[in-house]
Design a protein around this ligand. Structure first.
Ligand code: PNS
Length: 170
């Protein structure tokens, strides 16, 4: 009886979409929490993002893969178009978004309501980053790195190395 109910269990698949330009320790914190809550988490980088970024999509994906290599139920991907369409394509009905501060809330609320209006079967789950990561953003990290500062407290080791290898060549 027990084995039958396990076989029929629907996997809880969550999508964690974002720019990840680059992934920070705050993003990783949210990803780890999500991986503990759901059967599978697909962290997905938006391609052709209107936000002008620094890293090419392939590099963002490669860095996330390296940073998340110890999380067995995490898959790393990139996508185009609407997040809800990508989620449907992947059989996911949960979107993960991280919240750092109240200032994130208005935009996130609007986006989740819009997504819910377009795809009522998809629920956004907000995860709050630990206080020690609440002030980190990819843009401030880039600003510090471009000016030659040390960002090792804010981003995974592979991102520190990426900045060392790539910033001088910009
Ligand atoms: O890391 P970001 O830049 O805050 O992530 C924003 C992202 C990529 C999740 C959001 O812009 C998005 O979902 N874009 C895909 C297009 C889409 O679905 N737009 C509708 C949202 S209302």
């Amino acid at each position: 009886m027990l084995s039958i109910s396990i076989e029929r269990k629907t996997l809880k698949i969550a999508i964690y979409p974002g720019s990840f330009d680059p992934i920070t320790k705050g993003h990783l914190d949210v990803l780890i929490k999500a991986s503990e809550m759901f059967d599978k988490v697909i962290i997905a980088v938006l391609k052709n993002n209107a936000k002008k970024g620094f890293l090419p999509t392939e590099d963002r994906v490669a860095l996330i893969k390296e940073a998340a290599k110890d999380l067995p139920n995490v898959e790393v991907d990139s996508f185009d178009g609407l997040t809800i369409d990508y989620a449907r394509q992947k059989g996911a009905n949960i979107l993960i978004r991280g919240l750092r501060a109240v200032s994130d809330f208005e935009y996130e609320m609007q986006m989740s309501q819009m997504n819910n209006s377009l795809a009522p079967e998809i629920t956004t789950v907000f995860l709050i980053t630990r206080p020690k990561y609440s002030f980190i953003s990819s843009s401030t990290v880039k600003e510090i790195a471009f000016a030659g500062g040390n960002v090792s407290k804010f981003v995974p080791e592979c991102v520190v190395k990426y900045f060392c290898d790539n910033i001088e060549n910009r």
